[in-house]
Design a protein around this ligand. Sequence first.
Ligand SMILES: Nc1ncnc2c1ncn2[C@@H]1O[C@H](COP(=O)(O)OP(=O)(O)OP(=O)(O)O)[C@@H](O)[C@H]1O
Length: 272
Amino acid sequence: MNGARAGGEPLLELSRVGIGYRQPGGYVPAVEEATFEVRPGEKAMLLGPSGCGKSTLLKAVAGFLRPHSGRISFAGRDIPGPGPDRAVVFQELDQLLAWRTVLGNVAYALRATGAGRAESRRRAEEHLSRMGLGHALDRYPHQLSGGMKQRVAIARALALEPRMLLMDEPFGALDAQTRTRLQHELLALARSTGVTVLFVTHSIDEAVLLGDRVLVLHGRPSRIAGDLDVAALDRPDEEEFAAARHRLRGLLADGAAGGGEEEKEVPHAVGD
Ligand SMILES: Nc1ncnc2c1ncn2[C@@H]1O[C@H](COP(=O)(O)OP(=O)(O)OP(=O)(O)O)[C@@H](O)[C@H]1O
């Protein structure tokens, strides 16, 4: 989906959100004053260096963590906790249940939302076929490549027909070729389903390629340092793509230099 098609009331709204963790030495804030909106059909990318709080924000939107300040609302309501309206795909290749088949993994998730057995199998098959896994329904996770495992995880998330797909570096553990292939598959899927996406990455190119908007996080605790519209940019060889890349690199470098953090350098994978 292109950002130009995204519209209407925000689906997700964060207002001055602060989130942190209780440590033995006391409370340590990870993210502060995060304010942004995501509209239906939009693909919003959270970009920032390692440890800046991208996953923390995503987990709060998923309902796994509760903010210590501010407000997160989804479809106009405070988030009560995790729910199938916000399906999550993680980076780890072992997020599937090892003792269930490909079909079983997706059908099980559907059963957990109350769908009947036959209905769950039908929907699971449909979504797995859409991800090119129709031939692998009876395989177990250990019989799959990394790319196939991530396709199953994406199929499982989409089968829930979520209003928002939350993706935490879902292609980060894949080789470059598989990663590129899955990025393009995700773009096609988002275009055909219109699903709203919140996507965590530390790669500038991935953010510009996949996103309609890129929200840059930096500092410790981190804040939103920039919000760039990249909806029209999907060709890395084009001048505007290079300009966006340059702008984002600048925002990240400002954060690395200005925050007084222990982590000064722009992380390795940025701009890859
Ligand atoms: N469960 C936890 N308990 C305590 N501190 C945590 C926990 N999870 C994350 N943190 C800390 O919160 C900060 C933000 O972590 P987070 O994982 O959100 O960053 P990130 O930007 O997603 O990093 P990466 O790109 O490396 O995954 C870090 O300083 C991290 O050490």
